[in-house]
Design a protein around this ligand. Structure first.
Ligand code: TXA
Ligand code: MG
Length: 333
C-alpha cells in the first residue's frame, strides 16, 4: 500500500506563490529552512494545525514552533523583553527559537502551542522560507517534515520518503545548510532555560545574555515543556554511541581522521563540528540499511555545536518505547 506521491515544486517565484496560496487555504506545505525541512500549516487555522499533528503522527501535547517573516511580526504574537530584543537583533533571521509569553491578542490557535500560555517563535534565515512567509502574510507553524520520532529531513527527497502523500506540496530548495534544528530558549522566567540545544550554541547565547540553565523539573519556576520524548531522531537500526570501531555487521559513523577501515561514513574527516552537524541526519539515513546490526557512532566532542549533535545522538540511541522524561532537554522533532 503506497501513499500517493507528493507534489514537489521548485522554489522559484511561481512555486513560492503556489505554496503560499496552499498555506492560506489551510493545506500542509513542506518547505526548506536553514536547519531542516519544515512541515508548514497556517498557525491561525486550528483545522490546518490538527491536520499537521495527524500527518506527523505527533503527540498533541507537544507544542509547535511558529515561523514568522521578521521580528516585527513576532512582536504581534508574543511579549518581548530586553533579552529577547537583543537576541532577535543579533541572531535573527537564524536558527534560534524563543519561547515567550503570548500576547492577549495573539491570533495563533491554542492547538499550536498545546494549550500553553507561551509560544515558540522563530524567524528562519533560508531565503525561500523568508519569501514564503512574507507571501503567506501570517504565522506558519512548522515542525520538522518527518513522521514523529524519526530522523529529521534535510532534503526534499527525505520529506517525500517520510511523509509521502500526507503533505499537499513540497517546496524544493536544495539541501539544508545547517542540518540540525534550531536552539530552543525559554525566556518566560527570570532565568533563561535551554530547552533544546541546537544550531546556535550555548556559548553564543551566554555571550549575549549571561548564564543559561538546563531544564530542571524540580524547580517550580521550570517551564512546562511537554515535548521531552527520550527516543527521537531514531533510525530503524539500533544506534551505539562512543564507538571506537564497528563490530561485525555494524555500520560505522566516524568523526575526525581515522584509519579508513570498514564499512561506513565520516561526519567530518577534519573534525569540523559544523560539517558534522550538516551531515548528521543524512548519514544516519544512508547507513540505516536492512541487515545492518547497528550504527556505531564515534565520540563527538561536547563543545559548541557538539552539544546539539550529542543531544540528537543520545535520543537516536535511546530505548525505542517513547517515554516522557521527567527531566532533560525538550526533544520533539
Ligand atoms: O529548526 C527548527 O526549529 C525546525 C524548523 C522546521 O524550523 N522546527 C522544529 O520544530 O524543530 P519542532 O516542532 O520539531 O520542535 C519544537 C520544539 C519542541 O522541542 C517543543 O517541545 C518546543 O520546541 N516548544 C515549542 N513550543 C514550546 C513552548 N510554548 N514551550 C516550551 N517548548 C516549546
Ligand atoms: Mg522534529
Amino acid at each position: 500500500m503506497s501513499a500517493p506521491a507528493p507534489l514537489i515544486v521548485a522554489d522559484g517565484p511561481a512555486g513560492i506563490a503556489r505554496a503560499a496560496e496552499a498555506l492560506r487555504e489551510g493545506r500542509l506545505v513542506a518547505f526548506p529552512t536553514e536547519t531542516v525541512y519544515g512541515l508548514g500549516a497556517d498557525a491561525t487555522d486550528d483545522r490546518a494545525v490538527a491536520a499537521l499533528f495527524e500527518a506527523k503522527g505527533r503527540p498533541r501535547f507537544n507544542p509547535l514552533i511558529v515561523h514568522v517573516a521578521d521580528a516585527a511580526e513576532a512582536e504581534t504574537l508574543v511579549r518581548f523583553d530586553d533579552r529577547a530584543h537583543l537576541l532577535a537583533e543579533t541572531l535573527w533571521p537564524g536558527p534560534l527559537t524563543l519561547v515567550l509569553p503570548r500576547l492577549p491578542a495573539c491570533p495563533v490557535g491554542l492547538l499550536a502551542s498545546a494549550g500553553l500560555d507561551s509560544l515558540a517563535v522563530r524567524v528562519p534565515a533560508h531565503p525561500t522560507a523568508r519569501r514564503l512567509l512574507a507571501e503567506t502574510g501570517g504565522p506558519v507553524a512548522a515542525p520538522s517534515a518527518n513522521r514523529s520520532g524519526a530522523v529529521s529531513p534535510t532534503t526534499p527527497q527525505h520529506v517525500a520518503e517520510s511523509l509521502g502523500g500526507r503533505v499537499a506540496m513540497i517546496l524544493a530548495g536544495g539541501r539544508c545548510a545547517v542540518g540540525l534544528e534550531s536552539t530552543v530558549l525559554d525566556l518566560t522566567g527570570k532565568d533563561p532555560v535551554l530547552l533544546r540545544p541546537g544550531a546556535v550554541t550555548r556559548e553564543t547565547l551566554e555571550g549575549l545574555i549571561g548564564p543559561i540553565r538546563r531544564p530542571d523539573a524540580d524547580d517550580p519556576a521550570a517551564p512546562k515543556s511537554p515535548g521531552r520524548l527520550a527516543s527521537h531522531y531514531a533510525p530503524t537500526a539500533p544506534v551505539r554511541l562512543d564507538a571506537q570501531r564497528a563490530e561485525p555487521g555494524e555500520a560505522f559513523l566516524a568523526f575526525g581522521p581515522t584509519l579508513g577501515r570498514g564499512d561506513g561514513l565520516n561526519l567530518s574527516p577534519t573534525g569540523d563540528l559544523a560539517e558534522a552537524a550538516s551531515n548528521l541526519f543524512a548519514m544516519l539515513r544512508s547507513l540505516d540499511r536492512p541487515g545492518v546490526a547497528a550504527i556505531a557512532v564515534a565520540p563527538i566532542p561536547d563543545t559548541g555545536l557538539g552539544e546539539a549533535i550529542n543531544d540528537r545522538l543520545r535520543r537516536a540511541a535511546a530505548p525505542r518505547i517513547p517515554v516522557v522524561e521527567e527531566n532533560g532537554f525538550s526533544g520533539e522533532h
